[in-house]
Every structure is written in structure tokens, then in C-alpha cells.
Design a protein around this ligand. Structure first.
Ligand SMILES: Cc1ncc(COP(=O)(O)O)c(C=O)c1O
Length: 429
């Protein structure tokens, strides 16, 4: 960045989320910082407010200095992920030769869907879930079938059984798109839960595609289980990258990984798909998995502190909002239904990530805090907001304080309603 006058590296043991100031962050030009006017605190899209991990920045700097900006080549990225997966998750039979580099996780999902399903086939998802699961599946000409999460926000195996049955009844080649860990709830699926998924998928004849982009972001108390290490998952696919954990969404390169009985399918991936990832992207993601673990641990520590800080702030300032403490990711799924703010029935499909209605619209208009609106996450999302806490404790505190003042303001404007349950009708803009 021309003229940058700050040290983005921080000290060796510094929480990466406390290095950049708000003024420095506002100089960023990515969607998080430019979608809304500068008086808005952006806690919506999944970008982090940390500087680049030093090993990643060094790898990029080295490539720039050399003019090493040609086409990507080789298996270094997959090997770095394989070593990371063995160290971190005990995944020792990871095979770099069972992977292919793809532009990003969502494009990879579409390409894998093209391998194992046909146009018009059913794809099961578990809402509330990452909105592009709807948009990309639909744009790939497949039909979404919902198997909503249970009231505890975990996978509901009875709902999956029923949805898999419906998907199968349509004939042809259905699939299940798993979010592991789950966005927006931050639930980290346990091995026994995933074994039941594999069993159900087998019984109904569905192929499982596991989106594992948040896998390195598992917080203390939980353990990530790669889907491909689960008994019965041999014909499944996983997709991942360093994009969420090391904030590399702007540096395109991800990996599709085939289970042993899906390798023949992966071999049918068209050659042109490998033209999408960028060489700088592959270098950055490789450096993250190979050399970025110490930085990741500092980040996870900072996220864990923010997870606790958010609980304290909400209990103190916004007791009517229910916080389901996430086990992983840096996303908090906040139940705002007790605020009594209506979400008008959306006119279109879920999936437009920047669409705002209900509580998120109110918090944007009155608190100048941008959150992700729950209704775009599909069934069960209306009345919720998703808050991205990969930010500094100061910004997090400011945001929740502003949100509480907004709720207080509504309560004062309508004194007949109890303070914890103000009722307003928010309009979709
Ligand atoms: C579950 C999930 N999958 C995929 C993505 C997007 O990944 P990519 O930019 O690699 O397509 C995100 C981004 O937040 C995500 O949360």
C-alpha cells in the first residue's frame, strides 16, 4: 500500500486483531470497508481486521520482488495443506495426488456439483446456512432442498433423513452440501454426527460435498473432524483454502479433495478449471498452511477472547439478544427475535448476502453497525443477525454499545412496550 506508515507485523506474540487502528482499516478498499458509508462499523462479510500473517506477506513480497507473477504450477499448496492437516487434525492419509487446485471454494463446489450431479438434480443444504449455498446451487441449475438445523443449531439427522429421501425420490443424482464447520452458527460438527451423515447419505444414495473453509478456525473446546476421515465418506469431496483463517479472499486459490472412491470423478474435472487460481494466490495459501500456524494460534487466542467479550457485552447491554456461543469461525449468530422487529417476507430466494431486512436493517439505520441479515441464510434465519467478531475488542465494544443505544432509543420512542422487547416494523429498503 503506497505511503503506508504503520507496521503491520506487530510484535511476535501480539494479538493480530489489535494491530490495525480503525483509521488504518478504513483505508482498505475491500467490500467490507467500502459497501457502507464511513460512519458505519462493518461487522458483516467474513473478512478479518488483522494485517496479513508475516509469513504470507513475506512470500508475496518475495514473489513481487522476483516478478514471479506467472501461472501456478505444482503440488506445493496441497502438500502444505496435507502437512497442516496431519499436525492439526491427525489426518495422516491425506493424499496430495487426490486434490486439484480450483479458483475458490464456491467455484469448486459448483465444479464438483457438475461432476456428481446433473442439471435439475437436488442439492440438500442445512439452513440457516451461508447464503451463496442457495445462489450458486441455483445458478448451476440445481434445485435446493432444505434440511433445517435443529433447535440446538446442530445437524438434525431426522430432517436430513427426510430431505435425503425427498432428494432421492426425484431420481437421478442428488448431493448434500455440508458446511463443516457451519456458517453462520459456528457449530463444529462432531465425528459421531458426521458418521450419521455418511450413513444416511449411503442409504439414500447422495454424494456429500463438504465445505471446510472454516476448518482452521476452531476455537478452544472444540475439535475439527475432516469429513473425509469419517467412516463411510470414501466417495465424498471436501473443499478448502486458507482464505478465511488467514484472510486471503482476494488471493484466489483453493483445493478440491477427493475421497478414495471419488478420485475417478475428480479426474473428470475439466482442465480449464485449473486456469482460474492465481499464482500469487497459490503462493499465499501455501505459505499460510506451511508457515502460518504460529500466527493462526495468536489469532485463535484473540478470537476466543472476543467470543467471551461479546458474551459479556451482550449480557450487559443487550440482554434480549440470545447469543449461541460459537465453537469455531469468527461468526456469532445472534437471535434478535425478542426485539420484536419484523422481517418482511422476502420477495426472492435466500442467498443475496448483502440484502438487509429486519434487525440488521434497524441496526444499520439506527446504530450505524453493518451486520449480515439473518433472512438471507434461508429457513430459520429471519429475526437473527450474523456478527463478524474478527475485529479489535475496541471496535466490538463500540459496535455492541451502539446497537444497545439503538434498541434503547426505540424503547424510549415507544414507552408502552417493555424496554427489552421494543416493537418496530422495519422496512426493506
Ligand atoms: C462456508 C463458506 N464457504 C465458502 C466461502 C467463500 O469462499 P471462496 O471465497 O473461496 O469462494 C465462505 C466465505 O465466507 C464461507 O463462509
Amino acid at each position: 500500500m503506497a505511503g503506508a506508515a504503520f507496521d503491520t507485523g506487530g510484535s511476535a506474540a501480539q494479538n493480530p486483531l489489535t494491530i490495525l487502528t480503525l483509521a488504518e482499516l478504513r483505508r482498505r478498499t475491500s467490500v467490507k470497508w467500502r459497501m457502507h458509508p464511513p460512519d458505519v462499523l462493518p461487522l458483516w462479510v467474513a473478512e478479518q481486521d488483522a494485517p496479513l500473517a508475516p509469513p504470507v506477506a513475506d512470500a508475496l513480497r518475495c514473489a513481487i520482488d522476483l516478478g514471479d507473477t506467472g501461472y501456478p504450477h505444482g503440488t506445493a499448496y496441497a502438500e502444505a495443506l496435507g502437512d497442516f492437516a496431519a499436525r492439526r487434525w491427525g489426518w495422516h492419509d491425506f493424499r496430495a495426488d487426490h486434490t486439484t487446485v480450483i479458483p475458490d471454494v464456491m467455484m469448486g463446489i459448483v465444479e464438483v456439483l457438475r461432476l456428481v450431479t446433473d442439471p435439475g438434480d437436488a442439492v440438500v443444504v442445512c439452513p440457516p446456512v451461508y447464503p451463496p449455498f442457495y445462489a450458486f446451487v441455483t445458478h448451476a441449475d440445481r434445485q435446493v432442498i432444505e434440511a433445517p438445523l435443529g433447535p440446538d443449531l446442530r445437524l438434525d439427522h431426522a430432517a436430513l433423513d427426510e430431505a435425503f429421501g425427498r432428494a432421492r425420490a426425484r431420481g437421478r443424482r442428488p448431493a448434500f452440501l455440508l458446511c463443516n464447520p457451519h456458517n453462520p452458527t459456528g457449530v463444529v460438527h462432531r465425528r459421531d454426527e458426521l458418521e450419521t451423515v455418511a450413513d444416511l447419505a449411503h442409504r439414500h444414495g447422495l454424494r456429500v460435498i463438504s465445505d471446510e473453509i472454516h476448518a482452521p478456525l476452531v476455537l478452544p473446546g472444540a475439535h475439527f473432524t475432516p469429513y473425509l476421515t469419517v467412516a463411510g465418506a470414501e466417495d465424498a469431496f471436501a473443499l478448502t483454502s486458507a482464505s478465511k483463517a488467514w484472510n486471503l479472499a482476494g488471493l484466489k486459490a483453493a483445493l478440491a479433495i477427493a475421497g478414495p472412491r471419488a478420485v475417478a470423478d475428480l479426474d473428470r474435472m475439466p482442465e480449464e478449471v485449473s486456469h482460474g487460481p492465481s499464482h500469487l494466490g497459490a503462493l499465499a495459501h501455501t505459505a499460510a498452511f506451511r508457515d502460518g500456524e504460529q500466527w493462526l494460534d495468536l489469532l485463535l487466542d484473540g478470537l476466543d477472547r472476543n467470543r467471551t467479550l461479546l458474551a459479556t457485552l451482550l449480557a450487559e447491554h443487550l440482554p434480549a439478544v440470545t447469543y449461541h456461543r460459537p465453537e469455531g469461525t469468527y461468526l456469532a449468530w445472534l437471535d434478535c427475535t425478542r426485539l420484536g422487529i419484523a422481517t418482511p417476507r422476502p420477495s426472492g430466494e435466500p442467498g443475496v448476502a448483502s440484502d438487509m431486512a429486519g434487525p440488521a436493517r434497524m441496526f444499520l439505520d439506527r446504530a450505524r453497525v453493518a451486520l449480515s441479515s439473518g433472512h438471507v441464510f434461508g429457513t430459520g434465519g429471519a429475526g437473527f443477525v450474523r456478527l463478524n467478531f474478527a475485529t479489535s475488542p475496541a471496535i466490538l465494544t463500540d459496535a455492541v454499545t451502539r446497537m444497545a443505544e439503538a434498541v434503547e432509543g426505540i424503547a424510549q420512542a415507544a414507552p408502552q412496550t417493555p424496554p427489552a422487547r421494543p416493537v418496530i416494523a422495519a422496512e426493506v429498503s
